[in-house]
Write a new protein. Structure first.
Ligand code: MG
Ligand code: MG
Length: 255
């Protein structure tokens, strides 16, 4: 079921989104060569706690997962695309890091992700991140009244394919509101003019996941969560929570 939110609910979701944005900014500030992913998780957890927010990630256990997710961020490094469990791994020079974070505040959810490099970036990683950002921006630009889900999917996929990147097969964005994952599903590739019509008060998490290898297929780590590219190529994942309004897209997780 797709839930349409009131203006007051959008304002409340902006507050949840702001906590996520602050957590991601703090994590990116803290990320440096030698810092562990667990330490980054602690940084994000501190921001959530200070804001009186809780984590929709911590303890999350969808049907595919063998164990509840043990952290407040997903930390996916290099060939890990999404859902990486933050552990003792210490960041190295040139790593490409994707951090996904959610927050629940006053009963509303926010969901956002960033990709960045640590130390000296490889030019191909900078290009991958830049294209992922542009794919998200194209998706946001298509999140307007009168369009449909397929218009967002098409906009994201077009930018990714123009860069000859892969899209993580079967994964995409989602509705969001009182819980982190709501209907509708938002594919990262699709046909314009198709799917659910975009109406004011619909809130979507848009999240292109691009792989440097063009195929976009993946395997799951023995931990049951971390998804890695099959070809070992690097990946980027950038996400914002976006409300469709009469005045155009409103990004609720903007920093
Ligand atoms: Mg997310
Ligand atoms: Mg999401």
């Amino acid at each position: 079921m797709v839930e349409i939110k009131s203006d007051a609910a959008l304002d409340a979701m902006r507050e949840a989104g702001r906590v996520v944005a602050d957590a991601l900014a703090a994590v990116q500030d803290a990320a440096a060569v030698g810092v562990s992913l667990l330490e980054l998780d602690e940084v994000a957890h501190g921001v959530l706690r200070a804001a009186g927010a809780t984590s929709p990630f911590l303890g999350y256990r969808p049907s595919f997962a063998p164990v509840p997710f043990p952290a407040v961020i997903c930390a996916s490094v290099n060939d890990a695309v999404v859902h990486g469990i933050p552990g003792g791994y210490r960041l190295r020079d040139g790593d490409l890091v994707s951090i996904d974070c959610g927050a629940l505040l006053d009963g509303w959810a926010g969901d956002s992700a960033v990709s960045f490099t640590v130390g000296a970036a490889r030019p191909e990683d900078a290009a991958l991140i830049d294209t992922t950002r542009r794919a998200l921006e194209a998706g946001i630009a298509a999140a307007v009244v009168g369009n449909r889900i397929g218009d967002i999917a098409h906009a994201i996929g077009k930018v990714a394919r123009a860069g000859r990147y892969g899209l993580l097969e079967g994964f995409g964005g989602h509705g969001i509101g009182r819980s982190m994952h709501e209907d509708p599903h938002v594919p990262n590739e699709g046909r314009p003019g198709r799917g659910y019509p975009l109406r004011p008060g619909l809130v979507l998490a848009l999240e292109p996941m691009l792989t440097a290898g063009g195929r976009g297929d993946y395997r799951t780590d023995p931990d049951g969560w971390t998804l890695r590219t099959t070809d070992g190529s690097r990946a980027a994942h950038i996400e914002h929570t976006v409300a469709i309004t009469e005045d155009g897209p409103r990004v609720l997780t903007l920093r």
